[in-house]
Structure formats: C-alpha cells, structure tokens
Design a protein around this ligand. Structure first.
Ligand SMILES: Cc1cc2nc3c(=O)[nH]c(=O)nc-3n(C[C@H](O)[C@H](O)[C@H](O)COP(=O)(O)OP(=O)(O)OC[C@H]3O[C@@H](n4cnc5c(N)ncnc54)[C@H](O)[C@@H]3O)c2cc1C
Length: 420
C-alpha cells in the first residue's frame, strides 16, 4: 500500500475541479437546442445536469427527474447514527440547479425508457412521457432480496433518508449490554470503506453510551475490503473486546421479528440488526436491458459512459460497471466526463480520448477522528478500461482529528460542486 501525503491527497482530491476548469468550453449556441433527460438527482445525476448547462449553455436543454424533491446524501450519513449530525445537514434540493443553471426539474419515478426514431423517451409512473436526444441514467443502486428480510424492521440505511433515521432510533433505544450485528455485502458495493466506518462509529457510540454492549461484523468478503490497516487496527485495538469481525459470512435468511440472521457460520441474534443486502444497478437500468447477462452493472464505454447496449443512453454513478469504485466523489467525476462527451457528440466530435477520474472517501473512526482513502483513475487505451494511476492509491497513515476536520471541508466542496 502506498502512503501519500495529505498535501498530495488534497491535490488529487482537486483533480475533478481541474477537469471542470480545463473543459469549460461554452459550446456554440445553436438555433435548436439539443436536449438531455437525466434520471436520478444524486451525486452523478445532479452533477451531469449542472455541467451540461454550465459548459453547454443554451445549446442544450436539461431536464432532471428524481423521485424525491431533494436528495439525502449518504456521505456523512453514518454520523447521523451516533447523533452527531442531522439529516437536514446533508439534504439538498434542486433549486440552485434551476435558478443558476437553468436545469428543469421534474419530480417523478421513471419506470421505463424507449427509443422513438432519433429521440429517446422516459416514462414516469404517472404516465407522463419526456423526450430527449440523449438520456443519462443515474439511479444509484438496488438491493437483492433476502428471504425474511423486512427493511421496515431491519434497516439497511445504505440509501440515506428514513432508513437512516430508523437505524439511529433503534441504536439509541438499544439496552446497555446489548448486541449490534451488521452484515457487509460482497464487493463491489457502494462506498468500500463505508460499512467498516459504520461498525467503528456504532462501537464508539456504544462504548460511551451503552456499557457492556457488543458489535458483531459479518462480512461476506474474505477480508476487509478497504483501508485494511486502518480498520484492522481499529477493530483489534481501539475497539478490542467490544467489536468482533468475521469474514466469509454469507446470509441464508433473516428473521425480521426475532432480529436474527441465519448464515453459513450459524445463527446470530441481535438487539439491533443492520443487514446491508448485495447490490446491483438501479432497477431502471436493468428494466431498460442495459446490463449484460451475468453482470449486475451497466456496460458502458468509459470515454463517454454511453451504454454499449443502447446508443444515446448513458449510465453514470453507482450503476455503471467500469470497475471504478462506487463512491459519490467518483460519480461526480464520471458525470463531468459524461457531460463533456455528450456536448462533444452534439457538436459532431469524438469524446476526450484520455479522461481521468478520482475518488476519495473519508471515514470517521471515532466521534472525533477520521481516516481517508483515495485513488486516481486514467483511461487505458490498450484495454479500453479505467485503471488506477500508479502511486495514486493510498490511505491515511493513522486516523487523526485533522482528518476529521478536513472531512467536512472535502464534503462541503463536493456538495457545492454537485448541488449548488
Ligand atoms: C454510509 C455511506 C457513506 C458513504 N461515504 C462516502 C464517502 O465518504 N465518499 C464518497 O465519495 N462516497 C461515499 N458513499 C457512496 C456514495 O454515497 C454513493 O457512491 C453515491 O451516492 C452514488 O451516487 P449516484 O448518483 O450514483 O446514486 P445516488 O446518490 O443514490 O442517487 C440516485 C438518485 O436517483 C434517484 N432515483 C433512483 N431511481 C429513480 C427512478 N426510477 N426515477 C427517478 N429517480 C430515481 C434517487 O431518488 C436518488 O436521488 C457513501 C455511501 C454510504 C451508504
């Protein structure tokens, strides 16, 4: 594992902003603007909507569709579980995208997409149909069903919102000496360090508020997926005697009333059970037939994020299957590559042949310290894939208070670049 300095990390974290500056080409204004429909207003969708208008000006109209009037960020949402943050702090509506960039917002659930001649269409649950020259799908993730699992009783809290509130309430009501059991799905899943971060924050909260309690982490993966040094140290030293970690655990079924999970390693009963099911691309991506057989993610060209199965339809963020990590930071970077490629396509040009993206995740380890993980990816023309840039991959040497403070600056920048 290469360690990189904080200064270098902050330089890398600014790479997507640099991309924005380099790519700020206000396109020639045409008499008939091209049109793009964006489905999903999270980190990927809100960013592509904003940057299409920022870089494309009046040459393009952009309609953003989301089920909800505002997006609740998963980033920082684990801090809601220990009561140190409120969902209101991480909820973003689409007003700024409309007022500052002219993005049209439509609230509704998209149920299908179609092709009509040169145009594409999306159909909403209320029957409304919207037409565009291109469609960008950014619906995040969907979960595999698990026998017996009722998410209204056993929250995953892996899509922030009411699920986060429910899990926070269950943890707050847990008796001293109780047991918190959580499961981690097989990789790839949303935010590689996120589940381990959650285990640490819940352990920290229980240590301070519910003496004698235990945290049991049941990981479907053979070992810790991200920041192994940081989390091994946290599990075996910071939370020694409180937290136990088991790799290679697959779920058979859940008893949502008894709050227990049956696994290949036996039955685990809990006072609070947090099951995070295996992930796949958002349902609309599967419904549209954009996932190849045997895969869980959309097949796309990483130069443009255009589907390899349906021309004119792009997939970005957690739903895409380029092998890049599923993080909000890289979703924001992918969105800019996609926006640039779409505007070039409207101008009759090829996409940038050498795009770069970067990812960063900060992980609180206690209520006052955090670590971080980062990597930069570059297009490799030989393989046609995004590959990690040598020496760009690194994790914090140790969790610190400085990292904890930097985490909020980093998040504020990402939130502003996406929603403001
Ligand atoms: C606890 C936790 C901590 C995390 N921490 C970090 C971190 O530190 N750094 C980091 O970079 N990432 C982090 N992540 C990961 C990050 O949140 C995701 O990778 C990111 O949200 C993916 O963005 P997205 O736009 O693809 O999907 P989302 O952000 O999930 O957005 C999808 C949007 O699409 C909408 N939608 C879905 N289906 C439809 C439909 N059919 N019609 C209309 N709208 C629809 C949804 O309402 C939603 O608003 C974390 C995740 C979790 C769970």
């Amino acid at each position: 594992m290469n360690m990189i300095s904080r200064r270098r990390f902050l330089t890398l974290a600014g790479a997507s902003a640099a991309l924005a500056v380099n790519s700020t080409i206000l396109r020639a204004q045409s008499a008939t603007p091209a049109s793009v429909i964006v489905v999903g207003g999270g980190f990927a969708g809100a960013t592509v909507a904003k940057y299409l208008r920022l870089w494309g000006g009046n040459s393009v109209t952009v309609t953003l569709v989301d089920t909800n009037l505002a997006h609740v960020s998963c980033i920082l949402s684990n801090l809601v579980l220990n009561g140190s943050y409120k969902l209101a702090n991480i909820t973003f509506d689409y007003t700024a995208l409309g007022q500052k960039y002219g993005v049209k917002f439509v609230q509704g659930r998209v149920e299908g997409i179609g092709v009509a001649g040169n145009r594409r269409s999306v159909t909403l649950a209320n029957g409304q149909t919207l037409y565009g020259d291109r469609i960008v799908l950014a619906p995040g993730i969907d979960f595999d069903p698990i026998p017996g699992l009722d998410p209204n009783k056993i929250p995953h809290a892996w899509v922030a919102g009411p699920q986060t509130t429910l899990l926070q309430q269950q943890i707050a009501a847990m008796p001293a000496g109780g047991t918190f059991v959580m499961t981690i799905p097989p990789a790839p899943y949303r935010c590689p360090p996120g589940p381990y971060e959650r285990a640490c924050l819940v352990a920290d909260y229980l240590k301070r508020n519910k003496p004698g309690s235990k945290v049991v982490v049941l990981d479907a993966n053979p070992s810790i997926v991200a920041e192994p040094h940081t989390f091994t140290t946290a599990f075996t030293q910071t939370y020694a005697g409180l937290l136990s970690y088991r790799p290679g655990v697959s779920i058979v079924s859940v008893d949502s009333n008894a709050r227990s999970v049956q696994t290949n390693q036996g039955l685990f009963a809990a006072n609070v059970l947090n099951v995070i099911p295996p992930h796949r691309a958002g349902r609309i991506v599967a419904n549209a037939g954009l996932i190849p057989p045997g895969s869980r993610w959309a097949s796309v060209n990483p130069l443009s994020y255009e589907s390899t199965l349906m021309p004119g339809v792009h997939v970005i963020g957690d739903s895409q299957g380029t092998g890049q990590p599923k993080s909000g930071h890289i979703a924001n970077a992918e969105a800019k590559v996609c926006a640039d490629a779409i505007l070039r396509a409207f101008a009759g040009e090829q996409p940038d042949p050498a795009p770069m993206t970067n990812s960063a995740c900060y992980s609180p380890i206690t209520a006052t310290t955090a670590s971080w993980l980062t990597a930069v990816f570059a297009y490799d023309a030989g393989s046609g894939t995004m590959k990690v840039v040598p020496d760009s991959f690194g994790e914090a040497a140790t969790p610190t208070k400085d990292n904890f403070e930097d985490m909020f600056d980093w998040a504020r920048n990402l939130f502003a670049d996406t929603f403001a």
